[in-house]
Unconditional design. Structure first.
Length: 493
């Protein structure tokens, strides 16, 4: 044993470490035999990122195990993407709540924190001033601007074949709703996707978020949102038992501390933003995983009942984008163009998913307990940087399927088969079946949402875009001088 042992130690400690310990068998020379070629951990469900709802850093959707690349014999010939802005600093309302709850802690006048909050002896609040409020974060591993650029760079590899950089004098439009953080995300994405060609090839179109845009919008609203019964009753402290337990625990560790369930909610929400901004947060470990699950579920309830399938008008809101996409898919790349990159808010994507029947649970989410399984986990649906990608596939015949055109939905990089139609290659749906199923199921936005004939009646900007490059880059500091949001309403840039 001894000689073998010392040989092994020498091998591990010696020069071979520089190149890795390599097997001495034919065909394995370049393999690191101690590295697992297939990861066995699959821990992504057991991560705080799956329980920060839509407030925290992006993570891919937990997949059904369907390959992300086009199925064998298929190629993507058109892509239509709808992406939320990237990770960001908090909005003014939540930021004020964070300060209120932090002040409760600091006003105990504790000079030396102990227990779970002992990190507060050196911690500093991460929002240095109002000028960052609501903007994309830019440093750290989860920086929103990095999300936009990296996602663009990855999609440039995946979908770069859909445009020809050697062609002369081409314009590819991109579409951002008129909100600063969304526009900055779109620009970074475009730079990642098109590289040096971004400046000359892309025409950034800014679609105002205003109600007067009617259906010609990436952010349509509903004038008759009469389904507010549950939505308006949801409060920050839904699921108070879990938050009360956390409050009692922290209060017991610090003299004079009197946090309640609302404060726990605020502090957990703040944690998600510290991750967006700093990339780490000591607050993560202040709360148990069960408490994080409870926090995540408050977010699921809010999206589900206020901007998702639990609000009966939201399918109609999402039908605008779903219907227009259907037109693009049927026109195909020759007539309509191959690349449609669109940017908006989380609550503009959840209605589209509802209209497409993606991620809609069979039953309404319960208000009094956390269901298992929970098919409406916000972190799988609209995390920061979340996105729905519709792929049009042209496929050769296979043993099971005919040659033809097929459609796939990819949500946060996981293929999500269309309900009722998934017999195509890679669980896709033939374009003709997709078209007939979807067009007969989409509600009428104009009627349902109460827009009269003076409003634009359908989404038109994909066919009537502007070719100016004027909005491709910032022409002023992206940071507002005062607290408040810079919104871009077409010409403000
Ligand atoms: C489909 O078949 C043709 C002819 O064999 C081949 O040239 C093409 O590469 C195939 N397409 C895909 C996506 O595999
Ligand atoms: C903390 O100190 C301030 C200022 O000295 C004082 O007004 C306040 O009552 C103190 N709070 C507690 C809980 O002792
Ligand atoms: C892309 O950039 C390269 C390098 O500058 C240039 O040669 C090419 O013409 C550009 N393509 C388009 C479509 O502008
Ligand atoms: C480029 O295209 C635009 C509009 O399609 C046209 O007006 C212009 O003359 C073209 N320029 C060149 C150099 O071909
Ligand atoms: C917690 O305390 C704040 C005041 O600091 C109050 O506004 C809020 O309603 C309280 N929340 C609960 C659930 O009692
Ligand atoms: C509420 O919305 C539904 C459509 O979802 C509509 O049929 C109904 O008339 C609306 N009620 C009111 C009072 O607006
Ligand atoms: C669907 O889209 C097409 C083309 O974009 C448009 O002509 C049609 O009016 C739309 N239908 C509805 C119900 O919005
Ligand atoms: C399309 O729908 C028809 C009728 O339901 C069905 O027979 C056919 O198999 C479907 N084709 C695909 C590719 O899903
Ligand atoms: C449409 O509605 C707007 C505001 O709701 C109103 O000002 C306008 O007069 C209406 N137009 C028509 C043609 O009914
Ligand atoms: C294009 O520019 C015109 C003139 O500024 C504007 O009225 C229109 O809304 C713009 N369209 C888009 C899609 O941005």
């Amino acid at each position: 044993m001894a000689p073998l042992y010392s040989t092994l130690v020498a091998a591990l400690a010696g020069a071979s470490m520089a190149t890795g310990y390599q097997a001495n068998r034919p065909g394995t020379q370049n393999r690191y035999i101690f590295a697992k070629p297939y990861d066995q951990s699959f821990l992504d469900g057991y991560s705080v990122l799956k329980h920060v709802g839509g407030q925290g850093p992006y993570s891919n959707r937990q997949s059904y195990g369907i390959g992300r690349d086009p199925p064998g014999g298929c190629a993507v010939d058109q892509v239509i993407m709808l992406k939320r802005h990237g990770e960001r600093w908090p909005d003014p309302g939540p930021a004020a709540n964070f300060k209120t709850s932090l002040n409760k802690i600091y006003s105990t006048n504790t000079t030396s924190f102990t227990g779970a909050l002992s990190f507060l002896n050196s911690w500093e609040y991460f929002v240095p001033g109002n000028r960052y409020i609501a903007l994309e974060s830019y440093n750290g591993p989860y920086a929103g601007l990095l999300d936009g650029y990296r996602h663009g760079a990855e999609y440039g590899v995946r979908y770069g074949h859909l445009w020809d950089p050697t062609a002369a004098n081409i314009t590819i439009p991109m579409f951002s709703s008129g909100y600063e953080r969304i526009l900055t995300t779109a620009r970074k994405f475009g730079e990642g996707f098109f590289g040096w060609n971004y400046t000359d090839v892309v025409a950034m179109n800014i679609i105002p978020e205003q109600v007067y845009m009617g259906a010609n919008s990436l952010t349509p609203t509903c004038l008759k949102d009469n389904d507010t019964a549950i939505c308006s009753q949801l409060t920050a402290s839904n699921l108070q038992p879990q938050f009360n337990v956390a409050a009692a625990r922290l209060n017991s560790q610090t003299r004079n501390l009197n946090l309640n369930a609302t404060d726990i909610y605020n502090l957990m929400q703040m944690t998600a933003y510290e991750l967006n901004v700093r990339g780490y947060s000591d607050w993560v470990d202040v709360f148990s995983l069960d408490e994080w699950v409870a926090f995540g579920y408050t977010q699921d309830l809010s999206y589900y009942y206020c901007s998702g399938p639990g609000d009966k008008n939201m399918r109609a809101v999402g039908a605008v984008y779903a219907n227009a996409s259907l037109t693009l898919l049927n026109e195909g790349p020759e007539k309509a163009g191959a690349i449609y990159l669109n940017f908006c808010h989380d609550t503009n994507i959840t209605p589209v998913l509802a209209a497409l029947g993606l991620s809609s649970p069979a039953q309404d989410l319960p208000l009094d307990h956390i269901p298992f399984p929970n098919d409406y986990n916000t972190a799988n649906i609209v995390p920061m940087g979340g996105h729905l990608t519709i792929e049009r596939l042209t496929c050769n015949a296979t043993v099971n399927t005919e040659a033809g055109v097929y459609v796939r939905h990819v949500l946060n990089e996981a293929v999500v088969p269309f309900t009722g139609c998934q017999t195509g290659p890679g669980f896709s749906c033939s374009l003709s079946n997709y078209t007939s199923l979807l067009s007969s199921s989409l509600p009428n936005f104009i009627q349902t949402c109460g827009f009269n004939s003076s409003y634009p009646q359908y989404l038109d900007f994909w066919w009537n875009y502007n070719t100016t490059h004027a909005y491709n880059f910032e022409t002023q500091s992206p940071i507002p001088a005062e607290e408040g949001l810079l919104t871009y309403q077409g010409t403000a840039a």
